[in-house]
Design a protein around this ligand. Structure first.
Ligand code: ADP
Length: 462
């Protein structure tokens, strides 16, 4: 496989370039001693000149023949080696050798060279594959020399750190890990935090490989912030539940003790207790909804749904509260909206929460506008979808609060939220349902003028 990619050396010539000088050198070497012996034998009368010349002639003839064949084979081998030196990537063609011993040496040499070439090709291929793998590794990877200077880094390393690489490599924990890994020649893992340009929590694994050391970075920022969010959420939920519970326990004690014979106080306290119990019930219901939505947030809904009847049912259900607060609601929802992939119960919860908030936090006796229509009319959204907006003419929300409104338990005014029966989870539920629907939520607010919550939902599921 690897061999096929190597260039072939041209077919060796039958009589390679240096055959003649090599052959001459061999003939001379072979004939020199016998000639000398023949000359001595003739000079000292050991052999008649005629026989000496005849025998010498035969000898020279054999020497010439042998010299020519050997010389030719040696020249062929030499030319093969020259060709290989000129082009180390070439696969040699086995030269045809005449002398039996030479032929076997030549065959072995050609075989060894071919085997070495194949190994080299395989190694090159494997190195290229290893390199491609390291290059495409999703985690940043650096190779450092003994001085701690980067000699290579993969694409993720460049993306993730770029100009901040120096700050990373200067980090005391990483330097410590490098020193330890070099000393023990074993991988060392350390956690480090970078504060610029954005706070990041990283795990660095230093792997010494001979002189250079590889540094693999795993970004734990998201994981850690999720862990922190979970811990905060549990703490917040128990805190939110503990307050009404403590108040209930307090009232029970009062009812049993000081207020045992005071029917007026009893009636008042029972009213407050019912309110607190309802608050706990709402909180538990919202917590359950939130966790149920989160479990299936990664699976977009598949059922197709018509929004206008859903919105109609919600508005009808709000009639008593609207009448009580004196708020008017203008509904502008065309009946011919296209169907969208949606979960009816979850979308009911979204628009109920938004309308409920508009009533709770809007102007008393004010006006709420519920609008639905195709998304192409608003350039801020992708055209292929439906927009539903809920606008009130209440006091609005200060700009700095807007990005945080969908966080769990985030309230602009805690006291007001409690007073109107809020749990602080309504908008978090809205956000997670919209996420599941692969939609978007945009909040616009002008202080003193009102707030608009706009939901974009795709017509085709994603
Ligand atoms: P809550 O249960 O407190 O209503 P939400 O998550 O529904 O919780 O809302 C979070 C906070 O956002 C509310 O406490 C309130 O301060 C603010 N908010 C929500 N909707 C509106 C609105 N239409 N006008 C003004 N403030 C709002």
């Amino acid at each position: 496989m690897g061999e096929a990619r190597l260039t072939q050396v041209a077919q060796p010539a039958l009589w390679p370039a240096r055959t003649l000088p090599t052959a001459l050198a061999i003939i001379l070497a072979l004939a020199a001693l016998p000639t000398f012996i023949f000359v001595l034998l003739v000079l000292f009368g050991g052999l008649k000149p005629v026989f000496a010349v005849l025998a010498w002639g035969v000898f020279v003839l054999v020497a010439c023949l042998l010299g020519l064949l050997l010389g030719r084979d040696i020249a062929a081998m030499a030319s093969l080696l020259r060709a290989l030196r000129a082009n180390p990537e070439a696969t040699p063609r086995e030269p045809a050798l005449f002398v039996p011993g030479m032929a076997s040496i030549g065959g072995d040499a050609a075989y060894l060279i071919r085997a070495e070439r194949q190994n080299r090709a395989r190694l090159t291929e494997r190195t290229a594959a290893d390199h491609a793998l390291l290059e495409r590794l999703p985690d940043p990877l650096f190779r450092l020399d003994t001085e701690g200077v980067i000699t290579w880094r993969n694409a993720s390393a460049l993306n993730a750190f770029g100009a901040e690489t120096a700050a990373l490599l200067r980090h005391p924990e990483l330097r410590l890990a490098l020193a330890q890994a070099r000393k023990t020649m074993a991988p060392v893992r350390k956690s480090l935090a970078l504060s610029v340009p954005v706070p990041r929590e990283l795990d660095a694994t230093v792997i010494p490989v001979g002189d250079p050391a590889y540094v693999l970075i795993t970004d734990r920022t998201r994981e850690r912030s999720i862990e922190k969010m979970r811990a905060d959420f549990v703490a917040n939920s128990s805190h939110e539940l503990r307050t009404p519970l403590a108040s209930l326990i307090g009232f029970i004690e009062t009812l049993r003790g000081p207020a045992a014979d005071d029917p007026e106080a009893q009636a008042r306290f029972l009213g407050i207790m019912a309110e607190q119990a309802e608050r706990m019930q709402r909180l538990i219901a919202d917590l359950l909804s939130l966790s149920r939505i989160e479990i299936i947030e990664h699976q977009p809904p598949e059922d197709l749904l018509l929004l206008p009847p859903v919105l109609g049912r919600i508005v009808a259900g709000l009639e008593p509260i609207l009448a009580h607060s004196g708020t008017r609601i203008d509904v502008n929802v065309p009946a011919d909206l296209p169907k969208i992939p949606g979960d009816a119960d979850q979308l009911t919860q979204v628009f109920s929460n938004l309308l409920d908030n508009a009533i709770k936090y809007g102007k008393r006796g004010g006006r709420i506008r519920l609008y639905a229509g195709p998304a192409r009319l608003d350039t801020r959204f992708e055209p292929g979808g439906i927009l539903v907006s809920v606008a009130d003419d209440g006091p609005g929300i200060a700009r700095e609060h807007i990005p945080r409104l969908t966080e769990r338990f985030y309230r602009v005014d805690k006291g007001r939220s409690r007073a109107v029966g809020g749990t602080g989870l309504g908008l978090a539920i809205v956000k997670h349902v919209i996420n599941r629907h692969r939609g978007r939520l945009v909040i616009d607010s002008v202080e003193g003028r009102g707030t608009t919550f706009t939901v974009w939902l795709p017509v085709r599921g994603g």
